[in-house]
Design a protein around this ligand. Structure first.
Ligand code: PMP
Length: 401
């Protein structure tokens, strides 16, 4: 059979572009697919690799939403592509009440199908080809690939570089800085002085600060959490991105949002109209209607998983396994210490030999290959303890004697 080759590139028509060739698979998702396959084959896997926490939530019923949703948009149809107005109002109220960030629900917010695509659309709306985006490690693994998909250049900053030294990575091509607060995978929460320094940096250099706050509810009691938006109420240089996925425990519903200057929201809106149209209307209606009840269900469960995270941090410390500083989320970023293995081989061996799945640190940046990400969001405390004991044992077994 003759395969037709596209004359300009010498590639078959079904071959991905060079742009997509240059983008890596999401390692955590790839790894979890392997876990699903092992489970399907009957293997018990202690899963410390999933990027979410499982909560008990009432199964939704849409009966009380009314046949047409009461707003003329219907439950079964597209909604306004800025997002369902009632949900925008709730989200604007949430940021104003919790974090003193003023948000105009008509002009400064857009609800879309998850925060992942919200970040991508901000990058698409702001980057010129070759523009640089500073991303401190450990980063959430989609940031650099999204920058590449926009033909930008991710500038990756090793994990031991302080916030106060980030200015060294600014060049005339720098357009933006992305932070994740609290951080996946370390659980770190940025302090007030650090956030103020980041705002000064972006302001002084005409950059955009993209703050991903997807885990903002996962902060231990008594520890202050400041939203980035509070430092820039006019949104001159700040985009805040958030999601219902983690805080509401409904990642599969695909509802996320961003808060930004109306100029930028209008630019993102055009992209949203061409790519997504709107987040799922019936689910947005449900969330708008039950906004406070869902949080009332998830908040105590969030606090239990954050407490477990911090108990596991202590257990790891007792076992001699060091973790990067952090207190929030349900993640720990654990050092491989003296193990001779890199993080990919370590994660593969741990899964194969002990049936424990974690994500290799290399997914979160080149400076993180001596780490693994442990998630305590989905397993019982007993099984988590079994998992971390296996980690300690594999470190010991692969360390020089
Ligand atoms: N940001 C961070 C830091 C995440 O960990 C995730 C999901 N793992 C997302 C954004 C994306 O979430 P979603 O698209 O479900 O809103």
């Amino acid at each position: 059979m003759t395969i037709y080759l596209e004359p300009r590139t010498g590639r078959s028509p079904t071959h991905g572009s060079t742009l997509v060739d240059g983008v890596a698979q999401a390692l955590s998702i790839k790894h979890n697919n392997l876990v699903y396959e092992m489970r399907a084959a009957g293997r018990d896997v202690i899963t410390l690799s999933l990027g979410e926490a499982f909560f008990d939530l009432p199964v939704p019923t849409f009966d009380d939403l009314g046949a047409d949703g009461g707003v003329g948009t219907g439950l079964h149809h597209y909604s306004h592509s800025r997002g369902l107005p009632e949900l925008r109002t709730k989200l604007a109220g949430y940021y104003a009440d919790q974090f003193q960030v003023p948000v105009d629900p008509d002009r400064e917010i857009i609800v879309t199908a998850g925060s992942k695509v919200a970040i991508y659309m901000v990058l698409l709306a702001t980057l010129e080809p070759g523009d640089e985006v500073i991303i401190p490690e450990p980063f959430w693994l989609s940031y650099p690939e999204q920058v590449r998909l926009c033909r930008g250049v991710p500038v990756l900053v090793p994990q031991d570089v302080s916030v106060y030294d980030l200015h060294r990575y600014v060049t005339p091509r720098t357009r933006a800085l992305i932070i994740n607060n609290p951080n996946n995978p370390s659980g770190r929460v940025y302090g007030e002085a650090e956030l103020a320094a980041l705002h000064d940096l972006v302001h002084d250099n005409g950059m955009l600060l993209i703050a991903d706050e997807a885990y903002n509810e996962f902060v231990p009691p008594g520890q202050p959490f400041r939203s980035c938006g509070a430092f820039d109420p006019d949104k001159e240089h700040t985009v805040t991105v958030n999601s219902m996925s983690k805080n509401y425990g409904i990642s599969g519903w695909r509802i996320g949002y961003l808060l930004a200057h109306s100029r930028l929201v209008d630019a993102v809106l055009k992209i949203n109209q061409h790519l997504i149209t709107c987040a799922p209307t019936i689910l947005c209606r449900y969330v708008a209607e039950h906004f406070d009840d869902i949080l009332a269900h998830t908040r105590p469960q969030i606090q239990r998983v954050v407490a477990l995270r911090n108990e596991v941090a202590e257990q790891l410390d007792t076992l001699g396994v060091r973790t990067l500083p952090g207190s929030a989320s349900f993640y720990l970023f654990a050092s491989l210490g003296t193990s001779a293995l890199d993080s990919t081989v370590f994660a593969e061996r741990l899964l194969r030999d002990s049936g424990v799945s974690v994500v290799a640190g290399i997914a979160y940046g080149d400076s993180c290959d001596r780490y693994i990400r442990i998630s305590v969001g989905t397993e019982s405390p007993e099984r988590v303890t079994q998992g971390i004991t296996a980690i300690r044992d594999l470190i010991a077994a692969t360390s020089p004697h």
